[in-house]
Design a protein around this ligand. Structure first.
Ligand code: UD1
Ligand code: CA
Length: 452
């Protein structure tokens, strides 16, 4: 039977008190709805249908790359009404899985057992110590689900039930359309409750199945900022655990943030308050010091990033030293044994093996060979106000402190540049070049004195 997945994402999200539609709030750096869509894709459905509020088209724009049928729900009349909007696009012999845009942590592995049974209606339930806020599962004497009652509509006895509705269900499209057509708004919220179909199915005696989710935290919804933060932290801990299982030492799993596709090899070390974003690969034994932010980086085994460094688009090809307080921008490539120290900024810069820029430099649009020493305060003047130009520094060059290299310029192999030089023309290999005025001393110089 073909699987169609409906994702409910039209709710107003008023409890978020935010201009951003609820399902676009991020968890682990990714909008919640995109997470749900990725999970849905993993199940290989025939079709995906997202019910959204047409007054918030940014929801559709943020997920435009997914192959989805966008179903507008003009008025938020309840979860039952929302599902009903999508049904005309689904063949009557299909199976329908209902997911929620604000339940982002659910995994395909949790959904597969729900899809495994063949009853016309199956619910995913969970058991909570504190069931407050959730619909309660009401089971009959023989154990099958008789109905689901919302907390506001539940009797005090029903409220004691700890088995609750996750909201996720799977149903055969044919009977589902029938049940949805019979929904009424006679409840405390005046809404068409999707949950009411369970009582109808039980009355029809079609067979109602259920699966209990083992990891309840996966099914937590984010209705307000407090729940969103709790969910974010739970997600972060699970990401940290994934890395730790791969052999990464995470000093404190409660003080690391992973917002992307991050992988680490054994004996990589991640200190506290580190943020890893985008695609990050940490090779064996890489260490990332406290307070670092790494975005889209691939660090070769043994690379050490010291405290408070910010790296974006950096590749290292061997063990090298970065920071503390280094800022490495996109297009930075460091060779084996290279060193970029404190207050050094790089961009589109390649530093060869053993090359060192230990302090206070700007290296932009530069190709720097092996064994080069860049003195403190060296600046590549790569921008003339209109265009960017290249600086090429060949192997074994020594650049004295406080040198400006006005690009385009090439410094030949083995050259030395005297401290404080402004280099505007190519520098020949193997010789000392400097550009500075001669030092003079004025004898018997008198400091000015204050006039009366
Ligand atoms: C719902 C369930 C409840 C369950 C809980 C699990 C119902 C009636 N109740 O309650 O049993 O325990 O989820 O989290 O189904 N939405 C629309 N259009 C609408 C209304 C809602 O798209 O007209 C979407 C919302 O964006 C949200 C989802 O449906 O993603 C759930 O709606 P919400 O109002 O949050 O339901 P709950 O009160 O949480
Ligand atoms: Ca909800």
């Amino acid at each position: 039977m073909a699987l169609h997945i409906i994702i409910l994402a039209a709710g107003d999200g008023t409890r978020m008190k935010s201009r951003l539609p609820k399902v676009l709030h991020t968890v682990g750096g990714q909008p919640m709805l995109r997470r749900v869509l990725n999970t849905a894709c993993a199940l290989g459905p025939e079709g995906m249908h997202v019910v959204f509020n047409p007054a918030a088209p940014e929801v559709r724009d943020a997920c435009a790359d997914f192959d989805v049928v966008w179903v507008p729900q003009e008025q938020r009349l309840g979860t039952g009404h929302a599902v009903q909007q999508a049904m005309p696009g689904i063949p009557p012999d299909a199976r329908v899985l209902v997911l929620y845009g604000d339940i982002p942590l659910i995994r395909a592995a949790t959904l597969r057992p729900l899809l495994a049974g063949d009853e016309p209606l199956r619910a995913l339930t969970m058991t909570l110590g504190d069931p407050t806020g959730y619909g309660r599962i009401v089971r009959g004497a023989e154990g099958s689900i008789q109905s689901i009652v919302e907390e506001r509509d539940a009797t005090p006895d029903q409220r004691l039930t700890q088995e609750v509705n996750t909201g996720v269900l799977v149903a055969q499209a044919g009977p589902l359309v029938g049940w949805l057509g019979r929904l009424e708004q006679g409840n405390s919220q005046g809404e068409y409750y999707l949950t009411d179909i369970f009582e109808m199915a039980a009355a029809d005696q079609v067979g109602v199945g259920s699966v209990t989710a083992e990891r309840a935290w996966e099914l937590a919804g984010a209705n307000d900022q407090v729940q969103l933060a709790a969910l974010e932290r739970r997600f972060q801990v699970s990401e940290a655990e994934r890395l730790m299982r791969a052999g990464v030492r995470i000093v404190d799993p409660n003080r690391v943030d992973i917002r992307g596709d991050v992988d680490g090899a054994s004996d990589a070390w991640v200190d506290v308050n580190v943020v890893l974003e985008g695609r990050v690969r940490l090779g064996e034994g890489v260490s990332v010091g406290p307070g670092c932010v790494l975005t889209d980086c691939e660090l070769a085994p043994g690379t050490q990033v010291h405290a408070n460094s910010v790296l974006e688009g950096v590749t290292t090809t061997g063990a090298c030293q970065i920071g503390p307080f280094a800022r490495l921008r996109p297009g930075t490539q460091l060779g084996e044994g290279a060193k970029v120290g404190n207050f050094v900024e790089t961009k589109n810069a390649r530093l060869g093996d053993g090359t060192k820029a230990s302090h206070l430099s700007y290296l932009g649009d530069a190709t720097i060979g092996d064994g080069v020493n860049i003195g403190a305060g060296t600046i590549t003047c790569n921008y003339d106000g209109v265009n960017k130009h290249q600086t090429i520094i060949e192997d074994d060059v020594f650049i004295g402190s406080d040198t400006q290299l006005v690009a385009p310029v090439t410094v030949g192999q083995g050259a030395d540049i005297g401290a404080g030089s402004t280099i505007t023309r190519d520098v020949p290999a193997g010789q000392l070049t400097l550009s500075r005025s001669k030092q003079v001393t004025i004898p018997q110089w008198k400091r000015p004195t204050k006039k009366d």
